[in-house]
Design a protein around this ligand. Structure first.
Ligand code: ADP
Ligand code: MG
Length: 605
């Protein structure tokens, strides 16, 4: 019996659609790419309900004649390549001829299109992969495609979709990937009739700043370099604008967005010593390379790209960014002192802070082979020698102080409790640690983590019931926001109120009138920034938003907290031991360690 059969076209298309159309944002990507390939100068998108109800896109590109309009829904139908060789010199975004066939197989699609020279256009409707309508229509040059009820016939996919706001986030990303790479084209994006972006045709700098939001022009600087292998252009955020989450990081090669942890590393390396750990610089980096030297085909959704001269590009990226950082004399205005002061052993805080300086050789050409290695080393050494980001005591001093943490500890039989504390009169404060004698040795309490635990327990309990205690700011603060941030804040105003903020939004400016009582007034803005980043991250990773936000805020508050005398330490110990989970911080780091006599004896040997 014959068991192999040919799949019907519709089924084959539906299966292929699984690769091409994973979620609404994939449709947006494919349709926008088609509009660009058609030479459009105006592209307008209309989205309803995160794209599940409607994705509509109008362009003023070449349009199609009646025959092409029918053909474009067939699989492997493309106007972009003729022969296999064409694959290696691609200048178009699409080439597989699969997108429209795939979309037509899993949604209701309407296409209206007209070429400039034609008198009338054509209106085609596809349903379940079949042509449901094909008529002449009067319309202007270009193409209008409406995709409705995505995955109506693929319940597994439909059920897999996330909330509208998460799907829309993906759409916004897909939109930006294309809009940023094509500043000469104007783009409009609406979601549920609300205007999200209205980007007029412009140069790259204007496009980048339009995307980032008000006053962004001051926050970026240009990069540029050209070698035989790669031409590099773009804009990078100044060090002080680095963010806790990777919000705005964009790589493009030949105008195609891609992701690369390897190149990301080069950028981070260029910023080494200039931004705090675990923060991410903003960047919009464009590479132009010979299309024959990249492979855009290694990933089904094509965000990863293989480069033939990866290593070379890495070093060019690194040195170009470093050079620009020097040229634009970007003196960091970061508050390093705050964090380090807290982490240094007592006494070290009073040391004078050395003004950070960067020595730059303006004639430094990173592409001169002999200058390459030597100079870039000299550069970072320069930063270190100037004592950038640290106070004067040498590292070895406080490393040895901390090495006490690394001594292996014996198994603990019982959790330490308040009864172990023999006498609060013998408390000793060293840096952020409280030491107190216990029967078996010395108890060491990390007062910063202790504070996190105390505040977390207090806040999480009341957060769910009523807004946290608030203090009005003596001087209200206005903070300009980026567009993505505006959307996040306006979607979560209630949450921020619940956390104890008194804020309002006016266009792209956030007015801050009051803040949670537990925050230090100087930290309010930074804390809000962290929270905004955090909401976005939590949503995307489906974290428990309450836990995650309260934790973030508490960590911020604890950073400013200092124990300055014994009675404060005593009070903190009491508050800590009344928390049920007093040995672990809310992010599960140990708060208490007991240094047993045996260990202490070992140390002094
Ligand atoms: P590909 O882009 O890989 O060629 P698609 O399925 O996305 O495949 O599109 C098939 C063809 O339909 C394209 O090659 C192009 O000729 C035509 N086409 C699609 N969208 C448009 C548009 N917006 N304007 C003009 N032509 C289009
Ligand atoms: Mg295409």
């Amino acid at each position: 019996m014959q068991v192999i059969k040919r799949l019907p076209t519709q089924l084959a298309n539906q299966i292929a659609a699984g690769e091409v159309v994973q979620r609404p944002s994939s449709v947006v990507k494919e349709l926008m790419e088609n509009a660009i390939d058609a030479g459009a100068t105006e592209i307008s998108l209309n989205i309803k309900d995160g794209g599940r109800t409607l994705i509509s896109i109008q362009d003023n590109g070449s349009g199609m004649n009646a025959e092409d309009a029918l053909l474009c829904f067939e699989r492997h139908a493309t106007s972009k390549i003729d022969a296999i060789d064409d694959l290696f010199k691609l200048t178009t975004m699409g080439f597989r001829g699969e997108a429209l066939a795939s979309i037509g197989a899993v949604a209701h699609v309407s296409l209206k299109t007209k070429r400039e020279e034609a008198l009338t256009g054509v209106h085609i409707k596809m349903e379940g992969g079949n042509i449901a309508m094909n008529e002449e229509v009067v319309c202007s040059k270009g193409t209008l495609i409406e995709v409705k009820n995505l995955f109506y016939n693929v319940p597994a996919r439909r059920n897999f979709l996330k909330s509208d706001s998460i799907e829309f986030n993906h759409i916004e990303d897909a939109f930006l990937y294309i809009a940023i790479a094509h500043p000469e084209v104007s783009f409009i994006l609406h979601h549920n009739s609300q205007a999200i972006y209205n980007l007029s045709a412009a140069n790259l700098k204007r496009r980048v700043t339009d995307v980032l939001g008000k006053n962004a022009g001051d926050r970026v600087f240009p990069i540029e370099s050209e070698t035989d292998i790669v031409k590099l252009t773009g804009f990078i955020g100044k060090p002080e604008t680095a963010k806790k989450t990777r919000g705005s990081q964009f790589f493009f090669v030949n105008k195609r967005f891609f992701k690369s942890s390897y190149f990301n590393h080069a950028v981070l390396k260029a910023f080494e010593g200039l931004i705090p750990e675990k923060t991410h610089p903003t960047f919009f980096i464009f590479l132009e390379v010979d299309p024959a030297k990249i492979d855009v085909n290694i990933h089904p959704t094509k965000t990863e790209i293989k480069f033939e001269e990866e290593r070379f590009i890495y070093s060019i990226l690194l040195s170009t960014i470093r050079q620009s950082l020097g040229m634009f004399n970007l003196m960091p205005s970061l508050d390093f002192e705050l964090e380090t002061a807290f982490d240094l052993p007592a006494g070290f805080n009073k040391q004078p802070i050395v003004e950070p300086t960067i020595q730059v050789d303006p004639n430094f050409n990173p592409f001169k082979p002999q200058a390459n290695s030597g100079k870039s080393n000299g550069f970072s050494k320069g930063i270190k020698e100037q004592g950038f980001g640290s106070t004067t005591p040498n590292e070895a001093d406080w490393q040895s102080f901390y090495s006490i943490n690394e001594t292996p500890l014996p198994e603990q039989q019982e959790l330490p409790g308040i009864t172990d504390v023999q006498s609060v009169a013998d408390l000793l404060l060293v840096g952020r640690y409280i030491f107190t004698p216990v029967k078996t040795g010395v108890m060491m309490i990390d007062s910063k983590r202790a504070m996190e635990r105390i505040l977390y327990d207090e806040c999480i309990e009341s957060f769910v019931k009523h807004p946290l205690n608030q203090q009005m700011l003596l001087f209200p603060i206005d903070k300009p926001l980026e567009k993505q941030e505006v959307r996040i804040v306006s979607n979560h105003l209630k949450t921020f109120e619940q956390l104890g903020f008194n804020i309002s939004l006016e266009e792209q400016v956030l007015h801050i009138l009051g803040a949670p009582e537990i925050l230090h007034e100087n930290g309010v803005v930074q804390c809000l920034e962290e929270l905004i980043d955090r909401v976005e991250y939590s949503e995307q990773h489906q974290e428990d938003v309450a836990h995650s936000l309260v934790l973030q805020m508490v960590k911020h508050a604890a950073r400013y907290h200092r124990i300055s005398n014994k009675s404060e330490a005593e009070l903190q110990i009491q508050r800590l031991f009344s928390c049920p989970d007093h040995t672990l911080s809310p992010s599960n780091e140990p708060i208490i360690q007991i240094l047993a006599f045996e260990q202490l004896n070992q140390l002094i040997k």
